[in-house]
Design a protein around this ligand. Structure first.
Ligand code: FAD
Length: 345
């Protein structure tokens, strides 16, 4: 039998997770669907980066913020469906939507689209067979800096992300080369300059030409000059590729429910998170309007707003705002435990 929950949230990044939490606070039943094998959204792309701008939270690695968000987002036991791409959104009527995935249909009274930048995939190194080294020493995301301790690291890419990794890795690595196919690095000028102080060797106008490997591990990299074709060979322990990301938003392009869009990508919406279809809301990075802030804190604001809107959509007599958590009886039992611990310490 189909289960008509209050909300289906598409995307389990900061926006979707906070929406799941706040929905529980307002007594709404939700499911979260994410194509990834883990919750957390884009924070999975920069786990070791220190985030300073999440209000009231001391500077800490994105991975920690992500773990806390996942904990908070699952407080009220939402149904969580991972490894599942949402392929379509259909409307039965104003209070019944069907969210389609490759193997199942999910029914709910409303839908929150929290897909961020869509399905993000790193642009891979264009060398045949390079994927076999991904299990060992070819990386597209840096999960942990520790692994580069005393290693000879080659970073390919000229943007901020590549320059940032060079910055972070240089103090612990044996050596860092950064290679860029253009004349100059695109990263912030001062950050690029500091690479010299950190002993990072900058190579411009060159690209990776081939990988010389032993079994499944890259041992050397051949780099080629863009104009005179001269080749140089570097000994490496690890190779990091930062050539940008593909952002796939097929769901919004192909959806049966049509979305008004901005720049052929974002959902055109309002600060109240409504879209052109009543009953469907957009939050987080995918939502665009004049006052939009694409930060983690912007996700929280959107999420709480959308849940309050949905509460009133489903029950026109409901108050437009939720009772604040510090006065919410829903937490009474947990609050007692927290207070007891505080008094004991
Ligand atoms: C390198 C980098 C550094 C950043 N640093 C900061 C910072 O210091 N401070 C800060 O505040 N912000 C920072 N941000 C921005 C912040 O990460 C985003 O604003 C935030 O992650 C947006 O959250 P979201 O939930 O809207 O989207 P996302 O985090 O992108 O999550 C969207 C989720 O939707 C899923 N999804 C997409 N399409 C589908 C589909 N069809 N079916 C199922 N699931 C789908 C994705 O798998 C993903 O898990 C940074 C971003 C990057 C890339």
């Amino acid at each position: 039998m189909k289960q008509l929950l209050d909300i289906t949230i598409i995307g389990g990044g900061p926006a979707g997770l906070y929406a799941a939490f706040y929905a529980g606070l307002r007594g709404l039943k939700v499911r979260i669907i994410d194509q990834n094998n883990t919750l957390g959204g884009k924070l999975n792309l920069f786990p070791e980066k220190i985030v300073w701008d999440a209000g009231g939270i001391p500077p800490q690695p994105a991975a920690e913020i992500m773990q806390n968000l996942i904990k908070q987002g699952t407080t009220f036991n939402p149904e969580v469906i991972l490894n599942t791409v949402v392929t379509d959104i259909k409307k039965e009527n104003d209070y019944h939507f069907i969210v389609e995935t490759s193997d199942k249909s999910y029914h709910s009274k409303t839908v929150i689209v929290a897909v961020g930048s869509g399905i993000i995939k790193p642009i891979k190194l264009d060398i045949e067979g390079a994927d076999r080294y991904e299990v060992n020493n070819l990386h597209y995301v840096v999960p942990s800096l520790k692994r580069f301790k005393d290693k000879r690291v080659l970073i390919s890419g000229g943007g901020n992300a590549a320059v940032d990794w060079a910055h972070d890795i240089a103090p612990i690595a044996k050596s860092v080369h950064i290679i860029c196919r253009k004349e100059d690095f695109k990263g912030h000028e001062e950050t690029v300059r500091q690479l010299d102080d950190l002993g990072v060797i900058k190579i411009t106008n060159q690209t990776i030409h081939s990988l010389i490997a032993d079994e499944d591990e890259i041992k050397q990299v051949e780099i080629i000059h863009n104009t005179d074709d001269t080749i140089q060979i570097l000994d490496v322990d690890d190779v990091i590729i930062n050539h940008g990301f593909h952002m796939d938003c097929e769901l919004l392009n192909d959806s049966t429910v049509q979305f008004e869009r901005v720049d052929d990508f974002y959902i055109k919406g309002n600060a109240n998170t409504s879209t052109n279809t009543p009953g469907i809301y957009a939050i987080g990075d995918i939502l665009k309007h004049d006052a939009k802030v694409n930060l983690i804190i912007g996700c929280f604001h959107d999420a709480a707003t959308s849940i309050n809107q949905i509460k009133m959509y489903l029950d026109p007599n409901a108050p437009s705002y939720g009772i604040v958590s510090s006065h919410n009886p829903i937490f009474e039992e947990e609050n007692e435990k927290i207070k007891k611990k505080l008094f004991e310490s």
